[in-house]
Design a protein around this ligand. Sequence first.
Ligand code: SF4
Length: 427
Amino acid sequence: METLTLDEKIKLLTESARYDVSCSSSGSSRANTKGGIGNAATSGICHSWSADGRCVSLLKILLTNVCVYDCAYCLNRRSNDIRRTSLTPEEVAELTVNFYRRNYIEGLFLSSGVVRTPDYTMELLIKTVRRLREKERFNGYIHLKLVPGADPLLVEEAGRLVDRVSINLELPSRESLALLAPDKSRDSIFVPMRQVSGLITARRDEGRRAPPFVPAGQSTQVIIGATPDSDLKIMTVSEQLYRRLGLKRVYYSAYVPVMVDPRLPPLTSTPLLLREHRLYQADWLIRFYGFAADELLDAGAPNLDPELDPKTGWALRHRELFPVEVNRAAYQLLLRVPGIGVRSAQRIVRARKVQRIRLEELMQLGVVMKRARYFISADGATSGELDLSPERLKGLLLPGKKRRSGPEQLSLFPLETRDVSAITGEL
Ligand code: SF4
């Protein structure tokens, strides 16, 4: 390994970390302790140390970009001829505290290539966060990557020191993982994920006196577009991760072609950022709108429509359920109307307890009439055009059509935004 200055090492190791999008500082709230440094806030706002604008409130860095694994999509894979370097646990701890004191960051996102073995790497990562917590008395937010295949005792030890852990699923199917990340296995990823999930539940059951264990939960990342896996496959896995293992977030990362490899797709492939955007929208519908993955997609149409958001696509395939009478419909059905989001559905339910809602009042309740008008009635009245064919309706609902009434519905996630944790919106 060549000799580099500390600045050069930091530059290299923050650059090497930038393709991991599974960081978000949301979900952890902890006041500073006497004599300690920092607190963990629930703001969810990510500032980033990396140059591409992601997650900048965290110092996002690798302990080392040396890696004995050879994942096809990764810049740091062992067969790639790049400059290699490492920081010591002491250097990372000191750097974090210095940056924190200078107000550059609010916390640390620490990952690493696999040095020697998963256990050896995990021990180095634990040594770093232990030094931060115990010697530097750093009380700020720490998100630590778990190394696939690490010993369960090390996983548990790590979880007691940090706010959030993540282990990247990387690819949604066993076959894709075997093809592109042959050193990893499904078990080496799912075993620690299940362990963390079980320990979080056990901690919750033990009550307030129990020592903390990843209070901000766990997240993961799936790379999209590097393999032929469909959106149905991806969303089915995500749904299971949310419902069975209680993950806080699944992040979708459009494959960034940094490597030339015959196993990878050609560089000029599908518009992956748009696909990533649609997956985030579908993810939102599963988490907050009560949709199941197999309602949004099926074997006949396994990929999300790039032209329409997934909720509108679902509504167009289920015209028999509409129009929905806003004065009677169940809350869960209101949520399924394009142009009605969580907040506007809640307002409708509250308002109709007092008096019947009329069509012209819906905009004031936050309903985006430009879209909802084709799917609702209010006190029997409609705004017309309910019997359009799905094709004609799709044409009218496509973004960019001339506005007919009501305010423009903002896109839930700007296409260029990878980290959507700070954005809320209604679909
Ligand atoms: S384990 Fe794979 S993804 Fe992680 S740094 Fe090594 S080569 Fe990259």
